[in-house]
Design a protein around this ligand. Structure first.
Ligand SMILES: [Fe+2]
Length: 458
């Protein structure tokens, strides 16, 4: 959470929940730090920084620091909605968000490489580390959804070793989540192989989303990107609760979301509601609205194309150009742009002219390999294209993907689409393997069958 609350839009009533500091700093030493004994309850804080993190998360100014003298366990302290993402380097950090009952302010994460030690720990113990988080409560961002007070906790863990599996649990003494595992990325610019998943538009059907997450977990994805529209109404916390509590059979969606870093863009149904920003931890640049991250030899830039002011499309174009322009493409072999609305589609929603005009020339000039989008509830994959829809050989140009089949009502895929290589009205997701200069792309249906696959070598 980084976005500053607009006055009157939310009620951030609560507190920095800190149970323990890491061993390196008794008082935490960071902007949001309230470690040590006798923290001053009620003190407003404006930022949070994990102990070894080289970035700071701005916090809504009405968040308050909690007292450590009487940590409030509350009546529903068991963590739920646990999910991981990256706000810092993928090779050395992870961030975790979760929820509890309103009165619970325990906000800590125990982590380490020894699963048994993490399982046994009830606080700072040999063989584990403890990072402090922060917590806050918010109401609804819309008068249409009153009485939806919700408590979120967030913690950022940094200083980790690359290509390493860490075990962690969140909560506080006596009230921990299950122990989950999350792996850091290979060393930056490494040519080590990895796999990631692409899906979008789950809105209204958390069961399908959960089934896809079960597939993505079983498929061994190292992380995932989500193309937006997780829920029908981003300001409706009930919709988010359903999203984070999805089940299919005995499988709960937390099993996947707590293990596979989930990097999302804002969709038009989120409408950048506070609930969206509050419940995820993404790189804090640009208020988490648009951001980028690296994973091994790949670079990802995630943009927001649901903007009230079209000038923000141009501003993101400037950001895009700056981010891509500094890459050494002899080492960063693959570049992916992710946003909600596709630039090429033959389905229900047509491309937005201003978005195409702002971003496509930059994608072309700076060699974006794939544009991953959703918004249209189907599967579409374009031929490799230059601006204007001009087909070029595989391995050149940009491939545009619509991966909008994560649950929302399906759309038709249109006909007479010369720029499309394949379209299908189906639910599913995309799995991409990167192995040095070779990329293997698979599009999968919800039943596990393959829509198509292709291999690109540079
Ligand atoms: Fe959409």
């Amino acid at each position: 959470m980084a976005r500053l609350a607009s006055s009157g839009s939310v009620a951030l009533l609560s507190a920095l929940g800190v149970l323990a500091c890491s061993s390196s700093s008794k008082d935490g030493g960071a902007g949001g730090g309230a470690g040590g004994s006798g923290g001053a309850g009620g003190t407003p804080i404006t930022s949070y920084q994990g102990t070894h993190c080289d970035y700071v998360v701005p916090i809504a100014e009405t968040v308050e620091e909690a007292s450590l003298d009487a940590p409030d366990v509350g009546s529903e302290p068991t963590p739920r909605h646990v999910h991981v993402s990256w706000a810092g380097p993928s090779a050395s950090s992870f961030a975790v968000n979760w929820s509890t009952g309103l009165d619970t302010k325990l906000s800590a994460v125990v982590f380490g490489t020894d699963q048994a030690a993490v399982q046994a720990a009830d606080g700072p113990t040999e063989g584990v580390q403890v990072e402090r988080g922060y917590t806050f409560q918010y109401g609804s961002t819309s008068p249409l959804f009153p009485n939806q007070s919700h408590r979120v906790h967030e913690a950022h863990v940094c200083g980790l070793t690359a290509a390493t599996t860490y075990y962690y649990k969140v909560g506080g003494p006596g009230h921990w989540s299950p122990v989950y595992d999350v792996a850091t990325a290979p060393e930056p610019l490494s040519a080590a192989p990895f796999r990631f998943a692409v899906s979008g538009d789950s809105r209204g059907d958390p069961g399908t989303f959960t089934a896809l997450q079960q597939m993505i977990l079983a498929d061994g994805a190292d992380f995932q990107v989500f193309t937006g529209d997780a829920v029908v109404v981003g300001a409706n916390q009930d919709h988010w609760n359903a999203f984070f509590r999805g089940t299919t059979g005995s499988f709960g969606v937390e099993e996947a979301l707590a293990r596979i870093p989930f990097m999302s863009v804002n969709g038009n149904h989120e409408a950048f509601a506070f609930n969206y920003v509050a419940q995820f931890a993404f790189p804090p640049e640009n208020r988490e609205e648009y951001y980028s991250f690296s994973y091994a030899n790949a670079f990802f830039v995630l943009l927001n194309d649901t903007v009230a002011d079209k000038a923000l499309l141009g501003k993101q174009g400037e950001y895009l150009r700056a981010q891509l322009g500094r890459l050494d493409r002899s080492k960063t072999h693959w570049v992916f742009a992710v946003h909600h609305r596709p630039l090429y589609t033959c389905s229900n929603h047509s491309p937005v002219d201003e978005q195409v005009a702002s971003w496509e020339p930059i994608y072309d000039e700076l060699g974006v390999d794939f544009v991953l989008a959703g918004h249209n509830h189907c599967y579409e994959r374009s031929k490799p294209l230059k601006p204007g829809g001009v087909e070029v050989p595989l391995g050149t140009g940009t491939i545009h993907v619509t991966a909008g089949g994560a649950g929302a009502p399906l759309y038709g895929t249109g006909t007479d689409c010369p720029f499309e290589a394949i379209t299908e009205k189906t639910r599913g997701y995309v799995s991409i393997d990167v192995d040095g200069k070779t990329l293997r792309y698979r599009a999968l249906r919800l039943d596990g069958s393959e829509i198509e696959s292709l291999t690109i070598t540079k």
